[in-house]
Design a protein around this ligand. Sequence first.
Ligand SMILES: Cc1cc2nc3c(=O)[nH]c(=O)nc-3n(C[C@H](O)[C@H](O)[C@H](O)COP(=O)(O)OP(=O)(O)OC[C@H]3O[C@@H](n4cnc5c(N)ncnc54)[C@H](O)[C@@H]3O)c2cc1C
Ligand code: FES
Length: 277
Amino acid sequence: MVEILSKQKLSGTVWRMRLHAPRIARKRKAGQFVILRPDGDSERIPLTIAAVDAAAGWIEIIFQVMGGTTAQLSGLSVGGSVHDLAGPLGKPTRVEKFGKVLCVGGGVGIAPLYPIISALSEAGNDVTSIIGARSKELIMLESDIAAASARLLIATDNGTHGTKGFVTDIFKTLFAAGERFDLAFVIGPVMMMKAACALTAAAGIKTYASLNPIMIDGTGMCGCCRVTVGGQTKFACVDGPEFEASEIDWDEIITRLGSYKDFEARARENCQECRLA
Ligand SMILES: Cc1cc2nc3c(=O)[nH]c(=O)nc-3n(C[C@H](O)[C@H](O)[C@H](O)COP(=O)(O)OP(=O)(O)OC[C@H]3O[C@@H](n4cnc5c(N)ncnc54)[C@H](O)[C@@H]3O)c2cc1C
Ligand code: FES
């Protein structure tokens, strides 16, 4: 059991939760995640470690209610507990001084992008962040990301905040104006990542994408998160989640992510919070 120390609603369906996890807090590096279960019968879900305080012994997760398990997590209270928590998992982000870095986050991908932006800025990079979502309520961590970036640009599909359109529309404009970047990081829904990485590739920018296949054990044993990168089978939980975008077989990931749509839809039918997402 892992104690919930605090819980804060960031917007309609987005929550920040602080958990007592001293050993994970001591070891975690930017880009790593945990796998947790809200209770003993829940599915195991991966969530990025957004922040830690090693001295105080806590970690923070930021999550959007997407379906049954994230809804269950959002229903837990301070003083209560998460049933189990494994981590830190995955390879840390390669953080060094690259120069001008473009960080692009879409929807639920904004949460895992935030610790990467912070780490890149702390390492002395000039970070331009572009975040986007369907509407204003789904733009999370705006002030935190603005504080951690040299520049923040926002897109919403319906134009309720920032530029009307997709994140890709913003960097098409930047590239057309002659802006150049030394490196890019992209995290978000897989169709968005595929489109974004095609644009950065065309602009000649080396790009890392953080993949989001279904994960179960998080230790490379179950094979659930397998992806093809550079023609080789990799497990996103232990070899990733970040991979060089030009080597990723996007179509395979898109097909595999669709495998559980019926189960997910049934779980969502029973979940009031999910109807808001
Ligand atoms: C490495 C990694 C880090 C992540 N970090 C964050 C984060 O910081 N904040 C955040 O809000 N979300 C994060 N996610 C996504 C999060 O894991 C899913 O939103 C969550 O699992 C949804 O589960 P559900 O039962 O609520 O919804 P469901 O309705 O079951 O699923 C909604 C969608 O979430 C994805 N998903 C479902 N189950 C899993 C699973 N076991 N493993 C991976 N993906 C799944 C699928 O794409 C699915 O279509 C991360 C995913 C990965 C792989
Ligand atoms: S989640 Fe099982 S091998 Fe990666």
